[in-house]
Design a protein around this ligand. Structure first.
Ligand SMILES: NC(=O)c1ccc[n+]([C@@H]2O[C@H](COP(=O)([O-])OP(=O)(O)OC[C@H]3O[C@@H](n4cnc5c(N)ncnc54)[C@H](OP(=O)(O)O)[C@@H]3O)[C@@H](O)[C@H]2O)c1
Length: 331
């Protein structure tokens, strides 16, 4: 038996292309008596891993080639000597873009039984927890306030908006197509959605936020952050989650004008965060997210591709806005 893997063959110069990756067949991994072999079921393709290839995600280390592309995935334990991590159990871990991986038990999260495992790639996984803590802990929205979100139809974004609705806020999404805007307002209950590619974006954003913005959940940085700064109310909060507008390039732009002046004048708090900052609260968050899913208050948008070989093009396409919700590759 062989292990199909997708390796980083070269680092992107400019935009990421499919040829930055190489599909290989390697020998099956061998595990020591302490290690566990996991067969990948599915994995998520997420925008943040592009920052890892750019070298701008310091927590991910220096980008390098010849290694398996990293990602979070779910898999089944197929070889283990550990009595808590038995063969047949499903786990969440850094599977990478490959069929089989060797893991230490410390890097495995056992999935709760009786739950659709794919939920762990969306709302119950890294992106759901990011939406949850970034909004609630960093943004601190109050009922009746207006919450604005960029990359709002993406994996993190569509969950942020729905959690804000659950908390009684008015929600305005910003995304890159009219089809996505429609999805947000008609299916997910956003109060308004604005297409940032529209020539009248700034005016449309103004019209969509008549009471200004109290919390801006920033997935993109760039021009959308610049526009949000002018809509924020006094005492507003900006939760800096990511900078996807500046990932797929070798020449990221400096931040928008108005910082720090606008922050000073309106007593705005701008705070970056990493989901890992809240690791000790994951269990409670998972309980809440699950309750909202089960009650129908949190709708889960999945965008699925079948086959490991689809991952490179699926990633290139995600960075160009091809996904709605969480992009998942099924092996
Ligand atoms: N802080 C943390 O701990 C943490 C953890 C996880 C993720 N994140 C961040 O969360 C953000 C969202 O990640 P995700 O995995 O959920 O990805 P995603 O939103 O599902 O996909 C990325 C989306 O970004 C949008 N986009 C691409 N280029 C853009 C541009 N130039 N300007 C504006 N939008 C652009 C595209 O949608 P459009 O059609 O709308 O353009 C695309 O669908 C990323 O910034 C990521 O780094 C942070």
């Amino acid at each position: 038996m062989k292990n199909k893997q997708v390796l980083i063959d070269s680092l992107p110069e400019g935009k990421l292309v499919e040829n930055n990756y190489k599909l290989v067949e390697s020998e099956m991994p061998k595990a020591s008596s302490e290690e566990i072999i996991v067969k990948t079921i599915s994995f998520a393709i997420t925008a943040g891993t592009r920052a890892g290839l750019q070298g701008s995600a310091s927590y991910a280390g220096a980008p390098t080639t010849g290694i398996v592309m990293n990602c979070t995935g779910i898999g089944e334990i197929i070889e283990s000597n550990d009595q808590d991590y038995t063969v047949g159990r499903n786990v969440l871990t850094q599977t990478g873009w490959q069929e089989y991986s060797v893991q230490k038990k410390e890097s495995l999260t056992l999935l709760r039984e009786g739950i659709d495992p794919s939920l762990y790639l969306g709302p119950l996984g890294i992106n759901g927890l990011t939406a949850y803590f970034g909004l609630l802990e960093v943004g601190q929205p109050q009922a009746g306030e207006t919450v604005m979100i960029s990359a709002a139809a993406g994996s993190v974004g569509h969950m942020v908006g729905q959690i804000a609705k659950i908390k009684g806020c008015k929600v305005v999404g910003v995304c890159g197509s009219d089809e996505k805007c429609k999805k947000l307002t008609e299916d997910l209950g956003f109060n308004a959605a604005v297409n940032y590619k529209d020539a009248n974006f700034r005016q449309n954003l103004k019209d969509a936020t008549p009471d200004g913005v109290d919390v801006y959940f920033d997935n993109t940085g760039g021009m959308i952050l610049g526009s949000a700064l002018f809509r924020l109310n006094s005492g507003g909060r900006i939760a800096c989650c990511g900078v996807v507008s500046q990932y797929d390039t070798s020449t990221p732009e400096p931040g928008p004008k108005g910082i720090p002046g606008l922050l000073v004048n309106k007593s705005i708090r701008m705070q970056g965060f990493l989901v890992f900052d809240y690791a000790d609260k994951y269990d409670d968050a998972t309980d809440n997210l699950l309750e909202w899913i089960n009650s129908g208050q949190l709708k889960v948008l999945k965008d699925e591709l079948d086959g490991l070989e689809k991952a490179p093009q699926g990633f290139v396409d995600l960075l160009a806005g091809g996904n709605i919700g969480t992009r998942i590759v099924n092996i």
